[in-house]
Design a protein around this ligand. Structure first.
Ligand code: MGD
Ligand code: MGD
Ligand code: SF4
Ligand code: MO
Length: 687
């Protein structure tokens, strides 16, 4: 067996260095690479089974064209030549009739370079509408960072901070964006302490210094509570504040209208505990906050994110080793150049989001606004879409709205490795190659200061092609061919060229990291209009944003929906993906909802009972999992479920257990178009 050194991907954001055992062009084994830069020899169950998705008998292997009614599950195999010709003809026809902006290019979680090649294609085609799930994933923390302190403040786990706050981040299950939990668990063995902010006692809870089991959806109140304590008790870094904070007095005055008791009442966390946690965060130097999805699954995400960044700033933890840093990128091609941003200078003002006044610097379209353009023609019609690496029927909030949008499109292309509920509505389905089957670069454009080599290990089966090569072909057919290559790998070489490296050199090196410098602001100031950290947003009026975070009010429980529903990612799946990979499905065979023991008794429920979960927006069925590790007033339902063993003509029972049947996209946060995913009033009953 030949062992190939590469990096895991497409089971989460990827990051672990792995060794892939190949025999006869087939992956027989995967083991962790002890030299892995982020994992130091760790691997999770998804990583071990990462190649099994390649060998499923029902994997898509040929391009398909719809022959029956939309969604009827009837297909005919066609050649790549026919498929690509049909796609380019239809997209160009839409462009001629409605303008290029009527074609949307949609991506889910970025899986690798394909995301950036898609943006390049959209820019060259002339469409400003790249749709992405960034509304609920990273844009809030990243772009709020750009507006508040001029960078995306990444938790510096590499420097082993003495204190890490896991704020709505379940890092041992999600190893989020390359923050592989080994980095934290190793630091904990050497003395790092942690504080958890999570309605559930997650895996590290028993080792935590404090666990703040807040009510879902109340992170803003908690963050303001922390700020209140730190300001009232003068625990902030006076030197930093005097020199580098803009609007400290305004924030202090603003918080006079808020009390620790109010924070406690809203969050359901005792005032003493909030005070103690804020004090520990303020006095431990340095301390890092690992922000998770939880703060991004709420319409008030902009305010929560900037309140948390204000905490980092006040306590002197910004761009400090072991705090929250501005990672220095390696010397590779800048993102703007790679995606050919200069080819579409009108994009910021022409994007669908502009009409909704989304926050400047958000360069993708939130799914809520994309769908209203398709369904209602607002602000202008969108008629066709190209979707890759995404399953919006399950992953966008308010699934029935997605169903309506998919149906309303004149032409839909989906690229995936497996038939999904979304792909079952497509006019053309393209068989994508998975990781291990093509060369790829990991973590490009994610802002963590490094890129990872993912060299190919085996050939793809049948007629599968990598997204990068599909987009490269479409680029040649639909845009100026001078921007594309005979060999799609040359796109990767473009990225590496400034580093003076070939992809081969890069694969041998394994990763490329920028030389990390700290406190860069001391020389040049912060990259904001005032040159300081903007606790008070200086551009508020210009951009129509609130200058300071809004003070939240207490939400009164609803009599009909007395419990609060939230969700967390499964450690065995990626979002809606891989319910069809047998060895993962064996570990988590069905969707379940975590219910506190006391609550279960009051509802007369036993473990594994089938229950109906109901919100104002819909109802689904999952099984009860009774636990003491969740607040009694909260339930945590599984997200991402559909049943691949079902029938494509019924969209694989997409409604039955799908969490997004219970969410709504009608009220979203203006800045990022973020819907409420965590903290929804619900009720539970036995089925
Ligand atoms: N209610 C609720 N909704 C959520 C979330 C939540 O927590 N709760 N999380 C949100 C977040 S953070 C995100 S990022 C989004 C994710 O949303 P999506 O990205 O839409 O979800 P995934 O299941 O990761 O990806 C979907 C598809 O990508 C396919 N795929 C994998 N690799 C490849 C490849 O190389 N090429 C192609 N063409 N396809 C591939 C898989 O087979 C799968 O069908 O969902 C968001 N939606
Ligand atoms: N195994 C696995 N790993 C993944 C993914 C996956 O689907 N599966 N997806 C990847 C992607 S795209 C992303 S964005 C990351 C996300 O990774 P995380 O940020 O860890 O996201 P979640 O699992 O959605 O939520 C994290 C924690 O928030 C808690 N929580 C729920 N509601 C609230 C609340 O209102 N406030 C607070 N403070 N906490 C709350 C949950 O109990 C959970 O423990 O993971 C990546 N890694
Ligand atoms: S933690 Fe993520 S990158 Fe590491 S092995 Fe698991 S799925 Fe792969
Ligand atoms: Mo995400």
């Amino acid at each position: 067996m030949k062992w190939i050194k590469t990096h895991c991907s497409r089971m989460d954001h990827g990051g672990c260095g792995i060794l892939v055992g190949v025999e006869n062009n087939r992956i027989e084994s995967i083991k962790p690479d002890p030299e892995g830069f982020l994992n130091h020899g760790f691997i999770c169950p998804k990583g071990v089974h990462g190649a099994e998705k390649l060998y499923h008998p029902k994997r898509l292997k040929e391009p398909l064209v719809r022959v029956g009614e939309r969604g009827e599950g009837k297909w005919r195999e066609i050649s790549w030549k026919e498929a690509l010709l049909l796609i380019s003809k239809r997209f160009i026809a839409v462009k001629d009739k409605f303008g290029a902006r009527a074609v949307a290019f949609c991506q889910g979680m970025p899986k690798g370079m394909e995301h950036f090649v898609l943006i390049r294609l959209a820019n060259l085609f002339g469409s400003p509408n790249v749709v992405a799930t960034q509304d609920v994933c990273h844009a809030p923390r990243e772009i709020t960072g750009l507006h508040t302190c001029g960078f995306y403040p990444v938790a510096d786990l590499h420097s082993r901070p003495p204190l890490v706050v896991l704020w709505g981040s379940n890092i041992t299950a999600t190893n989020e964006e390359g923050e592989i939990s080994t980095l934290l668990t190793e630091a904990m063995k050497k003395g790092t302490r942690i504080i958890l902010v999570d309605p559930r006692k997650t895996a590290l809870a028993d080792k935590a210094l404090m666990v703040l089991q807040l009510r879902p959806g109340t992170d803003l109140a908690l963050a303001l509570g922390f700020l209140k304590v730190i300001i009232d008790e003068k625990l902030y870094d006076q030197g930093f504040v005097d020199k580098w904070a803009y609007g400290f007095d305004a924030l202090s005055r603003h918080l006079e209208g808020f009390s620790l008791d109010a924070a406690s009442e809203i969050t359901g966390v005792e005032a003493q505990l909030i005070r103690a946690a804020a004090r520990v965060y303020a006095v431990t130097k340095p301390a890092a906050i690992q922000v998770g999805n939880a703060i991004e699954h709420h319409p008030s995400t902009f305010d929560s994110a900037r309140s948390i960044i204000s905490l980092m700033a006040l306590c002197g933890n910004l761009d400090t080793a072991g705090g929250n840093i501005a990672p220095d990128e390696p010397d590779i091609l800048g993102l703007g150049k790679f995606v050919k941003a200069d080819q579409l200078p009108s994009k910021p003002k022409e994007m669908i989001g502009f009409a909704h006044k989304t926050i400047p610097r958000l360069m993708t379209v939130p799914p809520a606004y994309f769908r209203s353009a398709v369904i209602g023609g607002r602000p202008y019609p969108v008629k066709a879409a190209y979707m890759q690496c995404t399953n919006p029927l399950v992953t966008y909030a308010e699934s029935p709205m997605t169903r309506e949008a998919l149906n309303a499109l004149d032409f839909l292309v989906v690229s995936d490795g497996f038939m999904t509920p979304t792909a079952s509505f497509a006019d053309i389905v393209l068989p994508a190659a998975f990781n291990f089957e093509f060369n790829d670069i990991g973590h490009y454009g994610l802002g963590h200061g490094y890129i990872l080599a993912r060299p190919k290990a085996v050939d793809p089966p049948g007629n599968c092609r990598s997204d990068i090569s599909i987009l490269n072909e479409l680029g040649k057919m639909m845009t100026d061919a001078a921007n594309w290559y005979d060999d799609p790998d040359l796109l990767l070489e473009e990225v590496l060229k400034p580093a003076g490296m070939t992809f081969k050199d890069f694969s041998e090196a394994g990763f490329l990291k920028g030389r990390q410098r700290y406190r860069k602001y001391e020389a040049k100031g912060f990259k904001t209009p005032t040159g300081k950290v903007e606790l008070l947003l200086s551009t508020a009026e210009k951009y129509g944003l609130a200058p300071l975070p809004e003070i939240p009010a207490m939400q009164t429980p609803e009599a009909d929906f007395p419990l609060i529903m939230t969700s967390a990612k499964s450690p065995y799946y990626l979002h809606s993906s891989y319910r069809w990979v047998d060895c993962l499905r064996e570990r988590e065979p069905y969707p379940f909802v975590e219910i506190n023991t006391e609550t279960a008794v009051s509802l007369g429920l036993k473990d594994k009972d089938e229950v109906i979960i109901e919100t104002r927006h819909g109802k689904i069925t999952q099984k009860a999992r009774i636990t003491d590790r969740i607040r009694p007033d909260v339930v945590c339902a599984s997200y991402g479920w559909w049943f691949p063993e079902g029938d494509a003509s019924a969209q694989f029972e997409w409604k039955k257990a799908n969490y997004n049947m219970l969410t709504s996209a009608s009220h979203v946060g203006k800045e990022f178009g973020t819907p409420l995913l965590k903290g929804i009033p619900c009720r539970i009953s036995r089925k």
